[in-house]
Design a protein around this ligand. Structure first.
Ligand code: COI
Length: 453
């Protein structure tokens, strides 16, 4: 029996769509389906196409990467290495997308028929079809053509995260919150992983093509080399905290008015600690934590007119980790909100997110049309409703999707780190970000929920 016949998605098992958990494409009465009252479920029914190609690709396992492996691979770039890297992407990206397509297919139809989730499904399906058809990359010209496809797809997928965030918000109540969170965690990790793989290959291709690249003269361990593709070998936590702090302060001023009293950001501890990392990932997490802290502090003390207490950042280096503690005196998090802090569908800013819903279609349009800043330098991950440096400069600072904290944890855990929040209700919050500093851990594609299970 082929995989195609063995795997039957729930909605394909029924010849009719009596219930909204069946696919309209299988419905004997599509018109009646069109008239169904559940607008969100039928507005944009996705075109389900049983695909034996998908079945084949789902059989493949993802081949995990680590920062160290990526660094060793990209350090001495030769033509044959670059082409090997291209062929790794060529097989890896459709494999990883296939697994996520299958995940979406196994959700109840009423959930995937949500216009935002359906849109993401269609984008992934079309990327999968495009990627799986790329023939073996044998020459640098083949690689150039392949890079163009990668670049275009990265740009096209810029709105995936806001769409997922809105989609799960709109379908809450149709899925258990734990299932929603597991789904989101898996989708987001996988997306990060694919973008890392694609962006790393684009960056290595740029390096290879750059006039100062002399592969044969370059010693394997040249101490002057500080980046390998997208990996910054000597990320310095203090510098990133200061940079994110400055940018966030500017943005908060823009949102709250230039008279707002901002807390200072004080950094102490192991200020020289460095480690290999992808800077945009760290900027996302630290930017989000600092912004939460500043907002909590100024919102609590808004009417005092006095200088608010500082945000204290402590950097601590151990043999395996760098730990960054960000402490504020913003009043802490109430016990009612605390259990939902990491939830994508029940998060603390739900109300704000609902208010923002009306503005988001415009944002999505803008992102789609936008000549994305950083697009040339391959930093596409910025447009996700979060707070990495350039994302906030390209959208209104108060337009937040409320997924910054769970998203930050996904980023932290992706490279085998962790993010914890300790709240002292009535006083403030300590956020602990732990980074695995040796870069030797494989990317984590499994979700927190499945790790806990
Ligand atoms: C994504 O952004 O979700 C992608 O899959 C991008 C692709 C170029 C790997």
């Amino acid at each position: 029996m082929s995989m195609a016949t063995r795997y039957i998605a729930p909605w394909l098992r029924s010849p009719c769509c009596e219930s909204l958990t069946r696919a309209p494409s299988q419905c004997l009465s599509p018109l009646r389906h069109k008239r169904a009252t559940h607008a969100a479920a039928v507005a944009h029914p996705p075109a389900w196409r049983p695909s034996s190609a998908l079945d084949e690709w789902v059989q493949r396992e993802a081949r995990p990467i680590s920062l160290r492996r990526l660094t060793f691979f990209g350090r001495t770039l030769t033509e044959s290495r670059l082409l090997d890297g291209a062929n790794y992407c060529r097989l890896e990206l459709p494999t990883r997308i296939a697994h996520r397509l299958r995940d979406i297919q196994t959700l109840p139809y009423v959930v995937v028929a949500n216009p935002h989730l359906a849109h993401v499904y269609e984008q992934y399906l079309s990327a999968f079809e495009r990627f799986r058809r790329v023939p073996e990359i044998r020459t640098l010209d083949d690689n150039e053509r392949y890079c163009k496809i990668l670049q275009e797809t990265l740009t096209e997928h810029a709105t995936v995260i806001p769409r997922l965030a809105l989609g799960v918000l709109e379908v809450r109540g149709l899925m258990r919150p734990e299932e929603t969170d597991k789904f989101m965690n898996t989708m987001l990790r996988s997306r990060i992983s694919r973008r890392v793989i694609a962006e790393q290959h684009l960056a290595l291709t740029d390096t290879f093509n750059s006039p100062w690249h002399f592969p044969h003269n370059q010693p394997e361990h040249d101490p002057h080399i500080d980046t390998v593709g997208e990996i910054f070998l000597k990320c310095n936590a203090k510098e990133i905290v200061e940079r994110c702090g400055n940018t966030t302060q500017e943005l908060i001023k823009a949102a709250y008015g230039s008279n707002v009293q901002l807390p200072d950001i004080r950094v102490e501890g192991h200020l020289d600690a460095t480690f290999p990392y992808i800077q945009s990932h760290l900027e996302y997490i630290i930017g989000e934590l600092i912004r939460n802290s500043i907002q909590a502090v100024i919102e609590q003390r808004k009417y005092d007119g006095a200088k608010p207490p500082p945000i204290e950042v402590l950097i601590c280096e151990t043999s395996q980790h760098v730990i960054i503690r960000i402490s504020d005196q913003g009043g802490g998090i109430s016990n009612e909100i605390l259990p939902h802090l990491w939830s994508f569908s029940k998060g603390p800013r739900l109300q704000k997110r609902q208010q923002n819903l009306a503005r988001v279609p415009k944002l999505l349009g803008t992102l789609q049309e936008l000549k994305i800043p950083g697009a040339d330098s391959k930093n596409h991950d910025k447009h996700d409703g979060g707070s990495s440096l350039s994302s906030l400069t390209s959208r209104p600072p108060d337009l937040r999707l409320g997924i910054g904290l769970p998203m930050s944890r996904v980023y932290a855990e992706y490279w085998a780190g962790s993010l914890e929040i300790h709240s002292l209700e009535g006083f403030g919050v300590d956020a602990f970000l732990q980074i695995s500093k040796l870069g030797n851990k494989d990317e984590r594609l499994t979700t927190r929920a499945s790790m806990d299970a």
